[in-house]
Write a protein that binds this ligand. Sequence first.
Ligand code: GAF
Length: 373
Amino acid sequence: MRVADAFEAAYGRPADVVWHAPGRVNLIGEHTDYNDGFVLPYALPWGVTAALSRRDDDTVRLLSLQNPGDPVVIAGDDDSTGWTRYVYGVVWAMRQAGHPVRGADVAVDGDVPRGAGLSSSAALEVSVASALNELYGLGLAPLDLALLSQKAENDFVGMPCGIMDQAASALGREGHALFLDCRSLGTRPVPLDLAAAGLELLIIDTGVHHELADGQYARRRRDCENAARHLGVKSLRDVTDLASALSTLTGDERARTQHVVTENHRVEAVVGLLRAGVPEEIGALLNASHLSLRDQYEVSCAELDVAVEAAVRGGARGARMTGGGFGGSAIALVPAGRLDAVRAEITTAYAANSWAEPRFLQAPPSAGARRVA
Ligand code: GAF
């Protein structure tokens, strides 16, 4: 294995453990996780593989096959920058929580398509967390590792994400999407055999990330928290009478509330349809999710809107942006026989806007974090 060879070449000894953790794509349930709501992501066949060995001091040495060079040496909390923060952040989060984690030599290798909004950072965190868990005999469950990875990202990296990406990476199951209640943290695997229904999930990587997005995620979170405070509820998950809630709110808080509450209902509806064995029926809910994210939550962008509209024009049953927004990827639910037509329609629409051709990806629901050596 490439990462194990790189580990041995750099550190002069074999790795003690090698773990793999995947990226994710989200079927539906966007910007609901930090509102105690529902999400339905699935784990991808691509991820990060992390080779680790213990050290008997507190130093962490890091090597990435995607960032060639000598290992980065981290001897204190302030030493890490860039990608190394996601790895060292996990060590930091574990120590903060009182787990007896000392140093480690680490090598990582990733194949999540870059910049596509498919959670390569969660894959990196969860692969390292899983390996450290075994190395130091912490006995933590996959959900605990997801929570520690989220803590690393929130409090060390400084990105106030919810739990969806790390949970999908830690708990994904082959052939299934993962229904997650982000309040109780209860999970339920939902069988997802699109091929049996003659369908494919097409991932459209727009190739763009609008810089403007930085800071917007935290602003959306604040809008939701303010709306919940005005409504006197713990979180927007608790809104039961949407019409009356909307009548007391104005502006952004009103629009964000409308999205979050309706999106939670859409997740439940999609889970019901998948369990009933009629995946072809979820298309309208995907479309409604996109419109809500575009118009109420205001996290879409022209490249995502054009991809979604062209996909539906080309014959997709439904399509929506996926992930945080402002670029990254869209998904389209496409009858297998319409795949070429959908791809062509999107490619033509991008060319008409003088945008670079998007990248098309297809990926079955895959397993979550696992030991690979
Ligand atoms: C990003 C975050 F990391 C997730 O927690 C989630 O909020 C998502 O955006 C939006 O649904 O991926």
